[in-house]
Design a binder for this molecule. Structure first.
Ligand SMILES: [Cu+2]
Length: 234
């Protein structure tokens, strides 16, 4: 490549990069938080030995400011070309580990065609059973000797459950996207979606038990925050 072309490419990338924006915010739980019940893992002594934090139900994890972990936030609609662009999956695989007889992470997003490495760090038998409605279901025993398997998903799909047929308390959720604009909230309930073209977006925040919400956002808005509360009993 001659120098001029390289210069133009550098300029172009700076130009493009300079205009990419973020949408970020924080998800908070409001109201009285139910206590997560502890789980009995006695049936499998390996689980008891491996689970250092003490097994608890995982559907509501809050920090001291009620920041809500494990909310999957993603772009649903866009006035820009961000969604319609050509999005090839990242080369790095996504990873989910069976560790301490829970899934880590508990919620994750992957791209269509991206590899998902499923690890078994426990040295015990797990049986990972994914329950998608659009993608192909899979159901695989992973004995202690099987440390890894790799899957991928062909179509975008709203989050679906993954469970273990050996340990009934184990559950995770996977959303599959045909674009890279998604994030899962961290310990403090915050998220950031980067690399967006300027424009108006509809973002959705999905939680496994508390439902989902959408919000209209412009790239560059200070923050797109959501609050979730416990649904009223009917
Ligand atoms: Cu298991």
């Amino acid at each position: 490549m001659n120098n001029n072309i390289i210069k133009i490419l550098i300029l172009l990338s700076v130009f493009t990069f300079g205009f990419a924006g973020d949408i970020q915010g924080k998800i908070t739980f409001v109201g009285k938080a139910p206590k997560m019940k502890s789980l009995r893992m006695d049936a499998d002594p390996v689980c008891v030995a491996n689970n250092e934090v003490g097994p608890r139900k995982e559907w509501l994890i809050l920090d001291e400011n009620n920041g809500l972990k494990n909310v999957l936030v993603f772009i649903k609609e866009s006035s820009s070309n961000s969604l319609s662009g050509d999005h090839s999956p990242p080369e790095n695989p996504a990873v989910i580990d069976q560790n301490g007889c829970v899934y880590i992470p508990h919620v994750l997003g992957v791209m269509v065609g991206q590899e998902l490495d499923i690890l078994n760090s426990d040295g015990t038998l797990h049986n990972i059973h994914a329950l998608p409605k659009i993608n192909k279901e899979f159901n695989n025993a992973m004995p202690r000797s099987k440390k890894q398997m790799t899957v991928q998903f062909d179509k975008s799909e709203a989050p679906f459950k993954v469970k273990c047929d050996v340990h009934p308390w184990m559950g995770a959720f996977i959303g599959v996207f045909d674009h890279p604009y998604f994030a899962v909230t961290g310990d403090d309930g915050s998220y950031i979606i980067s690399g967006l073209e300027p424009g108006a977006y509809v973002i959705e925040a999905w939680h496994e038990k508390l439902g989902s919400q959408t919000e209209n956002v412009m790239v560059g808005d200070s923050a797109a925050n959501f609050t979730f509360k416990k649904p009223e009993k009917k």
